[in-house]
Design a protein around this ligand. Sequence first.
Ligand SMILES: Cc1cc2nc3c(=O)[nH]c(=O)nc-3n(C[C@H](O)[C@H](O)[C@H](O)COP(=O)(O)OP(=O)(O)OC[C@H]3O[C@@H](n4cnc5c(N)ncnc54)[C@H](O)[C@@H]3O)c2cc1C
Ligand code: HEM
Length: 381
Amino acid sequence: MFLTVLTTLNGMGDLARLLKESWSLVEEHQDKVAGYFYARIFLSYPDLRELFPVHMDVQRTRLLNAIVTAVQTLEDPEKFDDYLRGLGRDHRKFHVEPEHYEVVGGALIEAMRAFAGEQWGVEYDQAWADAYAVIASKMLAGADADPNPPYWYAEVTAHERRAKDIAVFTVLPMQPLEFRAGQYLSVECSKYQPRLWRTYSPANAPRRDNTLEFHVRAVGAGWVSSALVRRLQVGDMIKVAAPMGTMTLDRRSTRDAVFVAGGTGLAPIKSLLEELTRYNRTRWVHVFFGAKTREDLYDLADLNRLAARYPWLSVVTACSDDPTFPGEQGDISDVVARYGPWQEHDFFVSGSGKMVKSTLKKLAELQVPSVRIKYDSFTEI
Ligand SMILES: Cc1cc2nc3c(=O)[nH]c(=O)nc-3n(C[C@H](O)[C@H](O)[C@H](O)COP(=O)(O)OP(=O)(O)OC[C@H]3O[C@@H](n4cnc5c(N)ncnc54)[C@H](O)[C@@H]3O)c2cc1C
Ligand code: HEM
């Protein structure tokens, strides 16, 4: 069955047409389809409600849209193999069990059928069932192959407010947790916002004592970030899951490096710096750290300490909204462009979507080849 589906999907044409055609029948009622989809799941299997966040209004359509997108972009299943395996592995943190896949797949098709009206046909049922089966089997295979626990409990051992909206805190995972400097982890602030997971980047390279330091900014009405900044206390437990991300150092590279950080985007940059302090002797490293005001340059003292200790490290700071700040003035992307030339450097960029986007644009103008740029954006670009 699986092989037949794969062959069909590789041939694709027809299946893609059927999926797109059928989705277009319900697309404009997405919100209602999502409502029906969840109601169908929770009425038949009330226990599954426990897997989802308490407040679901913000992300009512999130899982439904994620599945629909996955199904419809499945034109080249091999290309999505890694992503789907990772997603399945990651779903273990939501307590998703193999038998739930069938329930969710069934509810998805029923929900679409309910809103499509008379134009829905059995061929659409089959197309969605086939495509969903391929995705589910890849996710299940990923989950099955992972030797790690679905998540780690970690105790908060230090918590410090560094600015009105910024906290730096340290946690100690109860079991060893392997990750690479520059990667990020999923975090659930179990006591205050159960079942809401967000990604945060440790600000340290892997340490012998296993501790992880996080730098978090509370954003607007943000559920998880406000809890981590304003409510989390020493002694609380959080959950941490699945290291992800590819903004890591290539040890073979001999190029000098430029790190560009906006606000708490400094976290993965500091992790990379900490790794470099362990072996670097030959590469010049330039850190550009920008924020709106000097208060938001919350970790400057530590950066300056590192720069004083390691002769290969230089730090440039900038504020975009603090006219009397004695460092550089302006957006960090513009500040980077005032220095250089940069065509031969490795770049690492981390911060908000806006900051990352403008930095990438500036680097393109400066003719830095995109293969030399790694970045993580906290919000969509
Ligand atoms: C790869 C990666 C690594 C990350 N690492 C870090 C990190 O080390 N430190 C850190 O502080 N954050 C980091 N983030 C951001 C973090 O994952 C959350 O998105 C952020 O903390 C907001 O979550 P929330 O639950 O508080 O807000 P939500 O409840 O998800 O969102 C509330 C509202 O705020 C808006 N919003 C969400 N994020 C932002 C933002 N960053 N700026 C402005 N508005 C926003 C949303 O659009 C929404 O309207 C990272 C994100 C990614 C993708
Ligand atoms: C084809 C199958 C599936 C796909 C493609 C899929 C995809 C996704 C994606 C992309 C997310 C967002 C992840 C994140 O933000 O970290 C998500 C969240 C979630 N998924 Fe799935 N999923 C699938 C099946 C399932 C199943 C079977 C369950 C079991 C009930 C499930 C439960 C959840 C839960 C609880 C969340 C988090 C809550 C939320 O964000 O609403 N998923 N899924």
